[in-house]
Ligand binder design. Structure first.
Ligand code: FMN
Length: 388
């Protein structure tokens, strides 16, 4: 086993172990992938302010997200088809998160169902909700999340229609994978993955199949989203969802200050500044560059979280120092899951925590709550000089 020192090491193992179709599904952005690339490269533009001779003992990464204690302010983001990256992937990731002490967010488009994850974990997780036309389905989804004792709902508002990822079309992405000469040849080289999949019954969209009416082909993400997702979604509709769910509510997929104000008005407890990891509107601003304007608009009125592009504890520290109260990782934990299952998710969390904690020390900070812009060197005009 190679020595794993960073999340990229996990990515290399992941690429070797998981069928190409699912690796590509994870490691892609929409169209030219500009936003996908800039999500990470924009973090690199920010530098850290080194401080010395400041007592750095007793450092702690512990914090809170929506009032819940977390070992570090890094939640696992909702990722569709996680159970295709590794057998029973959602359960494995949720277990790693609960042992580590960070929130796990289950995607609507998961393979393991809400009930399945609840039965196989002991702490509450968060439920991500896509906005569908079917009112009954929506009400039932919130009810099922409540019955499963989910401690927050995360409504994703940036996917009323699906951004195009070229590779998914070329690979014929589906869950379970369609058996073609190409996919069979590829899967035959991924022995551990295949054995895992043969050993589980969880190979379909667990929250959809048997729960949504009139779904013609649930294996095809593209077809189903085109049929079922609500392109007429507006803030009034989101207000209706607020009434369907009386627990903590997080709105995910905000990139604009005006939208952040709207999210505040519908009574959300937190927002996630996110461009869906560069998978939706290609050409949109990176999440980290979008954060300052949103902080200016609503930062003192609502909890602001951020995802998209986080690959290290240093990225987490940068986002927190720019004002986010919490962050999420998507791909960074999927790399670990695909590489080594539950242990791999734990590994990616450990790596990120170690990087965060070490960086805090070298910046002269002992608590995540005291991180601020003072810890950073942000280039002038970082957010971009865009015309009104
Ligand atoms: C493979 C994959 C599937 C995703 N599926 C969902 C999903 O079902 N629901 C959702 O709200 N976001 C989904 N996202 C977006 C993530 O929740 C998150 O916003 C994104 O991964 C953050 O960027 P990062 O991967 O650079 O950390 C997905 C992301 C990836 C990479």
């Amino acid at each position: 086993m190679p020595v794993i020192t960073n999340v990229d090491d996990l990515k290399r193992i992941y690429q070797r172990r998981v069928p190409r179709m699912f690796y590509d599904y994870c490691e892609s952005g929409s169209w030219t992938e500009q936003t996908f690339r800039e999500n990470t490269s924009d973090f690199d533009q920010i530098r850290l302010r080194q401080r010395v001779a400041l007592d750095m003992t007793g450092r702690s990464t512990a914090g809170q997200m929506i009032g819940q204690d977390v070992a570090m302010p890094v939640a696992l983001a909702p990722v569709g088809l996680t159970g295709m990256q590794h057998a029973d992937g959602e359960i494995k990731a949720a277990r790693a998160a609960e042992s580590f002490g960070v929130p796990f967010t289950l995607s609507t488009m998961s393979i393991c169902s809400i009930e399945d994850v609840a039965e196989n974990t002991s702490k509450p997780f968060w439920m991500q909700v896509y906005t569908l036309k079917d009112d009954d389905f929506m009400q039932r989804l919130f009810d099922r999340a409540k019955d499963a004792k989910c401690s927050a709902a995360v409504i994703t508002v940036d996917l009323q229609l699906l951004g195009q990822r070229h590779k998914d079309l070329k690979n014929g992405l589906s869950a379970p994978p369609k058996l073609t000469v190409k996919s069979i040849a590829d899967m035959m080289t991924k022995v551990q993955w295949g054995l895992g999949m043969l050993g589980t019954k969880r190979r379909f969209f667990g929250n959809i199949v048997g729960h949504a009416k009139g779904v013609k082909d649930p294996s095809s993400l593209g077809t189903w989203t085109a049929e079922a997702f609500d392109q007429a979604l507006d803030w009034d509709r989101i207000r209706q969802f607020r009434k369907m769910w009386d627990g903590p509510l997080i709105i995910k997929g905000i990139l604009d200050a005006e939208d952040a104000k709207q999210a505040l008005n519908v009574g959300a407890d937190a927002i996630i500044v996110s461009n869906h990891g560069g998978r939706q509107l290609d050409g949109a601003l990176s999440a980290i560059k979008s954060l300052p304007a949103i902080m200016d608009a609503v930062g003192d009125k609502i909890e602001v979280h951020l995802d998209s592009g986080i690959r290290s504890g240093q990225d987490v520290l940068k986002a927190l120092s720019m004002g986010a109260k919490g962050t999420y990782i998507g791909r960074a934990y999927i790399y670990g899951l695909g590489a080594m299952g539950e242990a791999g998710v734990t590994k990616s969390l450990e790596l990120i925590q170690k990087e965060l904690e070490t960086t805090m020390g070298l910046c002269g900070v002992t608590s995540v709550d005291t991180l601020s812009r003072d810890n950073l060197l942000v280039p002038q005009g970082f957010e971009g000089n865009w015309q009104d």
